[in-house]
Design a protein around this ligand. Structure first.
Ligand code: F6P
Length: 319
């Protein structure tokens, strides 16, 4: 392993920068040259690579986003695009590749591994929707951002005696809603993994109101459906003034939390070690606070399990 490359692809996640730093520094420490690929698989197809050194990753551990930039590259999914990428890797004499991103990015890595490229995937997405790892890089920072927003919205909710629906990201995964809803003390958490009945949510709001509760916070995962329609139903069922806040991209940015920086550093370091050991075709992750690696195909086959026990506990604590 003389020269490796690193890219970030798909939606960005806070913690990508500390992961890039860990990859670059571990490689250089071990006498390996590193190239940074700009804008993910798009940059790989276009040959948009440049050498990185120790100072390329100085002062980035605390920054959100990704210094390598990112893109969603449909063309990479085509045979033509994929072959362009293989050609660039050959032209630049890249012996191994580290890719940072979510499910789609890791599937791209799997395809490269099948084509014989030594590649290690690092799960980076705020969604926490990868089944083989307890946490993806970026998730906990996004949860912190949502909790901060819930606390602020709760203030105004209480002042006005309103209900507030806070829609969070996560695609088809309810983890951001679950963790942020629990940490933010939300009265109701609505996720795509579990059936929900708006009349139950309304009933809980009325019970709280009758007990003198001044706010009702509903955290809604984006994969469930339309927040404004749910708000309308709430008003019809309870007559409580119900407002909607869609948090959107604020969840994708910001200073990575200490948790994400530690996770990113551990996984970035391990990814390069695996390449040095001659272990291509891997995905790294963390299970029970231990860094793990799996064959990338097997990792992608593991279905994400929603934590129903934690969900039930959140319900108990928010009666
Ligand atoms: O996968 C991360 C994520 O932020 C999802 O939570 C969200 O549904 C999606 O990306 C938004 O994608 P885009 O950046 O393409 O708008």
């Amino acid at each position: 392993m003389k020269r490796i490359a690193v890219l970030s692809s798909g939606g960005d996640a806070p913690g990508m920068n500390p992961a890039i730093r860990a990859v670059v520094r571990t490689a250089i420490y071990n006498g390996i040259e590193v190239f940074g690929i700009k804008e993910g698989y798009k940059g790989l197809m276009e040959g948009n690579l440049e050498p990185m050194n120790l100072s390329s990753v100085a002062d980035i551990i605390q920054r959100g986003g990704t210094v390598l930039r990112t893109a969603r590259a449909e063309e990479f999914m085509t045979e033509e695009g994929f072959n362009k990428a293989l050609n660039v890797l050959e032209v630049f004499n890249i012996d191994g590749l580290v890719v940072l991103g979510g499910d789609g990015t890791l599937k791209g890595a799997r395809d490269l591994a099948k084509a014989g490229i030594p590649v290690v995937g690092i799960p980076c997405t705020i969604d926490n929707d990868c089944g083989y790892t307890d946490y993806t890089i970026g998730f906990m920072t996004a949860v912190d951002t949502v909790v901060d927003a819930i606390s602020k919205i709760r203030d105004t909710s209480t002042s006005h005696g309103r209900a507030n629906i806070i829609e969070v990201m996560g695609r088809n995964c309810g983890d951001i809603a679950l963790y942020a809803g629990l940490a933010g003390g939300a009265e109701s958490i609505i996720v795509p993994e579990l059936y929900f009945d708006v009349s139950k949510v309304a009933q809980k709001a009325m019970q709280g109101k009758n007990r003198g509760k001044l706010h009702h916070i509903i955290v809604l995962a984006e994969g469930v459906g339309n927040a404004y329609e749910i708000a309308e139903e709430m008003v019809n069922l309870t007559s409580i003034d119900t407002r909607v806040t869609i948090l959107g991209y604020i969840q994708r940015g910001g200073i990575p939390s200490a948790f994400d920086r530690v996770l990113a550093s551990r996984l970035g370091n391990r990814a390069v070690e695996l390449l040095i050991e001659g272990n291509g075709a891997k995905a790294v992750g963390m299970v029970d606070n231990k860094v793990i690696d799996l064959n990338i195909e097997d990792a992608l086959d593991i279905e994400k399990q929603f934590d129903e026990e934690m969900y039930e506990m959140a319900n108990v604590l928010s009666i």
